[in-house]
Write a protein that binds this ligand. Structure first.
Ligand SMILES: *Cc1c(COP(=O)(O)O)cnc(C)c1O
Length: 224
């Protein structure tokens, strides 16, 4: 497994951008590997694991229960599956509509928990099918801001597949600028908000552009 390699590439990218060590974190995406491999990765030091499907989240969580994994729901979430995720995932990265946020609020309130979420923003336009448009992100954030059991922690985006990571740098810049603007408007926690961006193909560029969370899968498991 390439856990240490990914961490060191990330730290090198952070240093290039003048960012201090530890100013970003890895969510290790385990959707393509067994629970056993996910457990081995955790033992190497990857404390935060992510799944893009509810079924994967639930089954890995069961298999790794008791280890103290911090779980992330990173993929598209349907309203009828919210019940399985609220209170189980430390952070839901993919809130992209008021209806979804309302359902999270409803379930979280019946369980008396506060669910941390990110708004998934589609900064890539037509190439991406999920995520709210940048123009509509503020209204959604304002709506979530009124909810008692949903806490908005920041923004997430998924860049389209590109041959060269440089192609997606402008998208990461756009998410960072949007985050800054929304924080200035009081819609995100000032200074302390998360930007979840960057995957195997582009995580170093994402860190250079201000990612606080990267979501990396394949790079960790190449050669397994
Ligand atoms: C699979 C996935 C990732 C990780 O992708 P890799 O290219 O394997 O690093 C990141 N984010 C989301 C939403 C994913 O579904």
């Amino acid at each position: 497994m390439n856990y240490r390699n990914v961490i060191s590439r990330g730290e090198t990218a952070a240093a290039r951008a003048g960012r201090p060590p530890g100013s970003w974190r890895l969510v290790a995406v385990t959707k393509t590997v067994s629970a056993q491999t996910a457990a081995a990765l955790f033992d190497l030091g990857a404390r935060e694991l992510g799944e893009n499907r509810v079924q994967g989240l639930v089954s890995k969580q069961y298999a790794l229960s008791g280890k103290g994994v911090v779980w992330h729901m990173i993929g598209h979430l349907q309203r009828n599956k919210v019940k399985k995720v609220v209170g189980e995932a430390a952070l839901i990265h993919s809130v992209d509509s008021e209806r979804l946020a309302d359902e999270i609020e409803r379930v979280a309130s019946t369980r008396d928990v506060v669910q941390d979420v990110l708004i998934e923003v589609n900064v890539a336009g037509e190439e991406s099918k999920y995520g709210i448009s940048p123009e509509d992100a503020s209204a959604l954030a304002a709506g979530i801001g009124k909810m008692e059991h949903v806490r908005l922690r920041g923004l997430m985006t998924m860049a389209p597949i590109a041959e060269d990571a440089e192609e997606v740098r402008p998208l990461f810049r756009r998410l960072k600028a949007l985050g800054g603007q929304m924080a200035a408007e009081g819609l995100l926690p000032d200074k302390d908000y998360d930007l979840s961006m960057g995957m195997t193909q582009d995580f170093e560029v994402a860190i250079e552009e201000g990612a606080t969370i990267i979501r990396v899968g394949s790079a960790l498991f190449a050669g397994l």
